[in-house]
Design a protein around this ligand. Structure first.
Ligand SMILES: Nc1ncnc2c1ncn2[C@@H]1O[C@H](COP(=O)(O)OP(=O)(O)OP(=O)(O)O)[C@@H](O)[C@H]1O
Length: 662
């Protein structure tokens, strides 16, 4: 028998630290930085509205440009590692714009190791210390790790390159896990190093104008500490540490990204945008937190409003050229300070049974279940372990669930078998599809770069086939509309003359098509302004015009798509030949569309022709990061919206229909 107990702790606020990178280029060294530290917890940045003013921020810790890797480790990492050894979860993540020093902070260099090697070293040190402690002598410890990246909204294993998107699952207890994610047991820092260094080379990086080795993906390293008593009361604690190096938010006007880099950037910015929405929802106490809207937030669920002790390190750059990115990152960091998690101790008590062997086989390291397996299931497996006599320990450290199935009750076994067979069938199907799409590269490191290339080619192929199917859909829709309009025309044959002018037909179908599937009115939406608000702990002086920075979103009214029917009820289909651009009307429509772009919710943006969910999100994300659109062509600045798409948006929304307040 085993009991799973959650020893609840008090709610804990996420710790937010800011680290300022030193000026890198010699040319920039004489220039005044746009941001500077005030003391160990606060800093100030220029106020872009008023150059005579600055905006002040307070954080849990501020590390200035002279800070050492050791300082970050002491304040942000060390305290959390001790918690992991007590069966609690901890997350440390580096956030910030591209080139601001996230990877330097997380990984560092051989001379200046960052958080990751230091955290692993901490855990080994703590284990050794606790082993020496007389009271802890009865505990067995083991440490294992998994490593993954989220690249273009797909989860890839970095330890075992399979070139396939790993599914994210959630168990009944709402624990997120990734089946089949590789896990390696490590017994020393050297062993970790030997496995981790080649794995980190699998991470997707590329040169952009702002960083010669820019991370194109979010990476997550999961360390799992299992602590188990070999004598009564046979307790077992599992603590997990997530070390996350996020990809940097990017302004593609500055990165000079094109093609695949631009697409990567779109995925990065979108997932960071969802991260912002999650933080907003948590701050506002909303019932629905959009964790599922991106893989990143889904995997960070535990760190954001979940059960982990969390620390966010926001990396910023001092150069004036990075001002806007720094300012945006500080705002995000500031609002993240209000996130509260509820860490608990993940502890299982294993009650000894008659079959329990007098002495367990202990080869030093304990075998564990896959890192990503849900804890409740672990509890069940643990209970069954009691009945196993001297079950051999796996050197691999990764145990498949079916290995335990023979020790389950018949009912549970059937269920386990069923789940397993379902899982393996799905897995086989997925493998099959992936193999067809992406023939597997040979194993071994020499082929890992092929794998990455294949993955990129696969992405491009998928994108092309998506665009093709969209075009096909549009085409068939167009034909359907054309057929409908012809049928309608025939229905009305006695009342109306059908124009034989091809331009009339074209316009008519365009009109009908533009209103196809659109509801007459859209539900009212509340557009939340980009708040800077009190969270920033602005300087109290009344002279500081920091509140000028509050961007007020104009009230959003009901918006509806208006077809080209004129007010007298005369169909413009009939007047199509008169549908020459009317400059006044065009100007009005342009203004309305710009207003919608600057204030509309995702739902409202979707009322625009050629704008679906994803494009609407990209538009909104850009607006929140870079401010308002002044012309519709500004849409070309949005990452992930190619010029052709923007032209289509303009064509489809401006020429034959207007957007009116209803
Ligand atoms: N604290 C620091 N001290 C010295 N050099 C630094 C520091 N932080 C960053 N750098 C240097 O700045 C450059 C960019 O840093 P890094 O690659 O860590 O940025 P990043 O935020 O991870 O960027 P991206 O999001 O594009 O991956 C690197 O050359 C790195 O060595």
């Amino acid at each position: 028998m085993s009991d799973s107990t959650s020893v609840s702790g008090t709610p804990t606020r996420m710790k937010v630290a800011v680290r300022l990178r030193p000026v890198l280029k010699q040319d920039d060294k004489d220039k005044e930085p746009c941001v500077r530290g005030l003391d160990a917890t606060s800093l100030e940045i220029w106020n872009w509205r008023d150059t005579k003013q600055t905006i002040k921020y307070n954080f849990d810790v501020f590390f200035d440009a002279t800070s050492r890797q050791q300082d970050i480790h002491e304040k942000c990492v060390k305290p959390l590692m001790a918690k992991a050894l007590r069966g609690q979860n901890a997350s440390i993540f580096a956030y910030g714009p591209t080139g601001a020093g996230k990877t330097h902070t997380m990984l560092g260099t051989v001379e200046r190791p960052g958080i990751i090697p230091r955290a692993v070293n901490d855990i080994f040190r703590l284990i050794n210390k606790q082993k020496l402690n007389a009271g802890d002598a009865q505990w067995m410890y083991s440490l294992s790790f998994s490593y993954l990246e989220i690249y273009q909204e797909k989860v890839y294993d970095l330890l075992e390159v399979k070139g396939q998107d790993l599914p994210i699952r959630e168990d009944r207890d709402r624990t997120i896990f990734i089946p089949n994610l590789a896990e390696r047991v490590i017994t020393s820092l050297e062993e970790f190093h030997d496995l981790f260094v080649p794995a980190s080379k699998n991470r997707t990086t590329a040169a952009t104008k702002l960083n010669s080795r820019s991370s194109r993906s979010h990476s997550i390293l999961l360390l799992k500490v299992v602590k188990k008593q070999e004598a009564p009361p046979y307790k077992k604690q599992i603590g997990k540490v997530y070390l996350i190096d996020l990809a940097g938010s990017e302004n593609n006007k500055r990165t000079g990204n094109r093609g695949i880099r631009l697409k990567e950037s779109g995925a990065i910015n979108t997932s960071l945008f969802v991260l912002g929405q999650v933080v907003d929802a948590l701050n506002q106490g909303l019932g629905r937190v959009p964790y599922r809207d991106s893989k990143l937030t889904r995997l960070l669920q535990d760190s954001l409003g979940g059960s982990a002790h969390a620390c966010m390190i926001t990396n910023i750059a001092p150069e004036e050229s990075n001002y806007m990115e720094t300012y945006t990152a500080l705002n995000f960091a500031s609002k993240s300070r209000h996130i509260v998690n509820k860490p608990f101790t993940n502890e299982i008590t294993e009650r000894p049974t008659a079959q329990r062997p007098a002495k367990r086989s202990s080869s030093g390291e304990e075998r564990h279940q896959a890192a990503s397996s849900p804890p409740r299931k672990k509890a069940k497996r643990d209970s069954n372990e009691q009945k196993v006599t001297n079950r051999p320990e796996s050197a691999e450290g990764s145990t498949k669930q079916q290995e335990n199935a023979p020790f389950l009750s018949p009912l549970l076994r059937r269920q386990a078998n069923f789940e397993e067979s379902m899982k393996s069938r799905l897995q086989a199907l997925e493998n099959n599809i992936m193999t067809r799409l992406n023939p597997p590269a040979n194993q071994g490191q020499a082929h890992q770069s092929h794998d990455l290339q294949n993955r990129q080619i696969l992405e491009q192929l998928k994108e092309s086939s998506k665009q093709l199917s969209q075009l096909q859909k549009q085409n068939s829709k167009f034909h359907q509309v054309l057929a409908n309009s012809r049928m309608k025309d025939q229905d009305h044959l006695p009342q109306r003359k059908i124009s034989s002018d091809p331009s009339t037909k074209k316009t008519s179908s365009g009109v009908a098509g533009s209103s196809l599937g659109q509801p007459a009115t859209l539900p009212k939406a509340v557009v939340k302004p980009l708040t800077m608000s009190t969270q920033h702990n602005f300087a109290p002086q009344p002279t500081t015009k920091s509140n000028l920075l509050k961007r007020r979103a104009p009230d959003v009214q009901f918006m509806k798509i208006k077809t080209c029917d004129d007010p007298k009820g005369k169909s413009l289909k009939e007047n199509a030949h008169q549908l020459q651009p009317n400059p006044e009307l065009q100007a009005k429509h342009t203004a309305e569309i710009i207003h919608l772009l600057n204030t509309g919710s995702v739902k409202q943006l979707k009322s625009l022709q050629s704008v679906g969910e994803k494009r609407a999100q990209l538009i909104r994300s850009w607006r929140q990061m870079f401010g308002e659109f002044t012309t519709i062509s500004d849409l070309k600045k949005v990452n992930g919206l190619p010029s052709k798409t923007v032209d289509a948006i303009i064509r489809n929304n401006l020429l034959c229909q207007g957007i009116a307040k209803g």
